[in-house]
Design a protein around this ligand. Structure first.
Ligand code: FES
Length: 201
């Protein structure tokens, strides 16, 4: 996807992002707005934490749609942008705690890519707060629910993304962009894996 695609969509129907990129603007919240949020979740931690949250019967918003990854190090800038371009109101990556990535630095590279996408969104006139990176362990079911709840509330405050192409599913588009990297819900992570700088393979 070219940056210009997002820019054009913003120009058609969007609002300018706030001057201060790190401040969530206060807007009147539409009570009927149910954001569509894409979560790129590491199989080892956040995805397992979601299972735990379910087992603990913790409540969290149904607005999030998860895509399971073998490691957030597999998440590239283009995948995050594709979800936004396809109309996601918010996107976040959830990886292992720093120092605990099974591929050593995958979660650190994911954070760098998320930060880069934040910068790009700001340049394009979209709120950088629509993208975020979180870290958690598989034992943090409560944190998973808390993050999902807080991020959903953040996006409700921001309002709908101005990028809303007709008939496009952000979840399906992001999965397609990931190709074989995205894991089916039932699948196990790849048995063999190595880490290269900037990517987990
Ligand atoms: Fe979980 Fe890398 S972020 S294995």
């Amino acid at each position: 996807m070219a940056d210009t695609d997002v820019k054009a969509a913003v120009a058609e129907g969007g609002e300018a992002a706030p001057e201060a990129a790190d401040e969530v603007p206060k807007k009147a919240v539409d009570p009927d707005f149910e954001p569509e949020i894409i979560v790129f979740a590491c199989h080892y931690c956040a995805y397992a934490a979601a299972d735990l949250a379910g087992s603990m019967r913790l409540q969290y918003p149904s607005n999030i749609r998860m895509i399971k990854l073998p490691c957030t190090g597999k998440l590239e800038v283009i995948h995050l942008l594709r979800a936004i371009e396809a109309g996601a109101d918010g996107v976040y990556a959830a990886g292992c705690m720093e120092g605990e990535c099974h591929y050593l630095k995958g979660n650190l590279w994911a954070r760098k890519r998320v930060d880069h996408v934040k910068d790009l969104l700001g340049e394009l006139g979209l709120e950088p707060e629509r993208v975020e990176m979180y870290n958690m362990s598989s034992a943090m079911g409560a944190k998973f629910a808390e993050v999902a709840t807080e991020f959903t509330e953040r996006i409700k405050q921001l309002g709908p993304s101005p990028v809303k192409p007709e008939g496009v599913s952000p979840h399906a588009a992001a999965r397609e962009a990931l190709g074989g990297v995205a894991m089916p819900d039932e699948a196990q992570p790849a048995a063999a894996a190595t880490v290269q700088e900037g990517n987990a393979e």
